[in-house]
Design a protein. Structure first.
Length: 459
């Protein structure tokens, strides 16, 4: 399904003008603006956004609200702003089912759409991200992975096309260890404690392990690694081990039905939800509501949009929902994953705006959009102006730093809603940066990649 708001009106006006003369008929669009006048003043062309989504299968409960938020924001930019500085946004969804092979198929089908090709890709899957990373060096299309993907890809000198904006699984796991240490009275109090990682047995679930092992060496806690096979509906053996081992804390790295299943199994085994901490992909409404009252007290990280509604939501209701153009109904509107999808779309649009400063207000290629992604500067003032106040922390990227900073909070399910704890968590980059450097250099050596000289590129 491909959308292009307002195109049919300008085309109709042009045809009528050709047949009847320019003064014979003034065709108007829905806003009442003469289509001929708009066509004369607006830049031509389109900016194409591929949308890799999963609205079916075991991961649909999480995939649907994210996709709805992402698509609704793209529609908002067209309806409210007339596109990105006059360039209309077009998009096409492709169902991946969270499967790597289908994700690669979608990528290959959509990367060449429109005259300038795909703007960028959000794989919404670490497995798909791993598969697309190697392709990015040839195709030169940015891969955007806010809060997921390869942790080492924040190093832009090696991973020239990956952008894990706002956080990775190394920053998130580091923040969780620090938070648990604080609850215990200091990181030194973690010595002798048991921390279990219940993780999706996939590249996604395995990503935090190196950081947790590094922290284990530093603080002397015992780390229990408990993989869960896709899709995660069978976990009785995993929770039997938890019942036997009685870890002091459980970190949950799940997705889709795995998350709610874990919480239900915790209830069945009598493991306290107050001792459970999910990554930011294990802390949304679909993860807790199936467990009912049993989910009360469960904790998770939240970043890039907690639950709630702000100024941007009012605009979406006015310009998208009120016109019957929303990607879904109002169920899930303003919930965690809807808001995160919306925020992901906003950062993508802002990257295009930024790139237009250098390349002009015209449709841009992915290679040009990368400059905008490497020069993102979404500060507090910009966040407020865009209607996202309270829904994200500032991000500032560079050629070297493709993450742009990472921060998160803890929110706790009170039985009916998420309650955000005051205070912002920050990762300890003195631990993470050497790990990033070592892993990125290993990848560069294996793939025979020549590192970029950012000093020369930005001079």
């Amino acid at each position: 399904m491909r959308h292009q708001v307002g195109v049919k009106y300008t085309v109709l006006a042009a045809l009528l003008a050709a047949v009847f003369g320019s003064t014979a008929l003034q065709a108007q669009d829905k806003a009442g603006v003469p289509a001929q006048k708009k066509a004369a003043s607006a830049p031509a062309g389109e900016q194409f956004f591929p949308v890799l989504s999963y609205r079916t299968g075991a991961y649909a409960p999480n995939g649907v609200p994210f996709a709805n938020g992402y698509v609704d924001y793209l529609k908002l930019v067209n309806a409210r702003d007339g596109g990105i500085n006059g360039i209309k946004i077009t998009f096409e969804e492709c169902e991946t089912g969270y499967a790597t092979d289908r994700g690669v198929e979608c990528y290959e089908r959509l990367k060449g759409k429109s005259p300038t090709g795909a703007t960028l890709f959000h794989p919404l899957s670490t497995g798909i991200t791993f598969a697309l990373t190697d392709k990015s060096f040839t195709d030169k299309i940015p891969i955007i992975t806010p809060g997921y993907g390869r942790a080492d890809s924040m190093d832009g000198t090696v991973f020239a096309w990956n952008f894990p904006l706002g956080g990775t699984y190394w920053t998130s796991s580091d923040m969780l260890v620090q938070h648990i240490g604080k609850k215990e009275g200091g990181l030194d109090k973690l010595k002798g404690k048991k921390i279990a990682l219940v993780y999706h047995d996939s590249p996604y679930g395995k990503e935090p392990i190196p950081l947790l092992q590094e922290r284990q060496k530093m603080h002397g806690f015992e780390l229990l690694l408990l993989p869960v096979t896709h899709p995660g509906v069978e976990q009785k053996a995993t929770w039997l081990q938890i019942r036997q081992q009685r870890p002091d804390y459980v970190l949950l790295w799940g997705w889709g039905v795995m998350n709610s299943t874990s919480i239900k199994e915790a209830v069945a085994t009598g493991y306290p939800r107050e001792k459970m901490y999910g990554v930011w992909w294990s802390g949304a409404e679909p993860d807790v509501t199936p467990a009912g009252e049993g989910a009360k007290g469960y904790n998770a990280l939240t970043f890039l949009a907690p639950a709630g509604q702000g100024a941007v939501h009012k605009d979406i209701l006015k310009f998208v929902h009120a016109k019957g153009e929303a990607a879904g109904n109002k169920e899930g509107f303003g919930e965690v994953l809807y808001n995160r999808g919306m925020t992901n779309a906003m950062m993508s649009v802002e990257a295009v705006k930024r790139a237009q400063i250098r390349y002009g207000k015209k449709p841009l290629k992915g290679e040009e959009v990368r400059w905008g992604l490497e020069n993102l500067a979404i500060d507090a003032a910009a966040i407020k102006r865009l209607g996202f106040e309270g829904f994200m922390a500032p991000i500032s990227t560079s050629c070297v730093d493709h993450e742009g900073g990472s921060a998160a909070q803890i929110h706790t399910w009170d039985g009916s809603k998420w309650v955000v704890e005051p205070g912002m968590l920050q990762p300890d980059m003195s631990i993470i940066k050497p790990m990033i450097r070592a892993s990125a250099e290993k990848y560069a050596a294996e793939k025979k990649i020549v590192k970029r000289d950012c000093a020369k590129e930005t001079s």
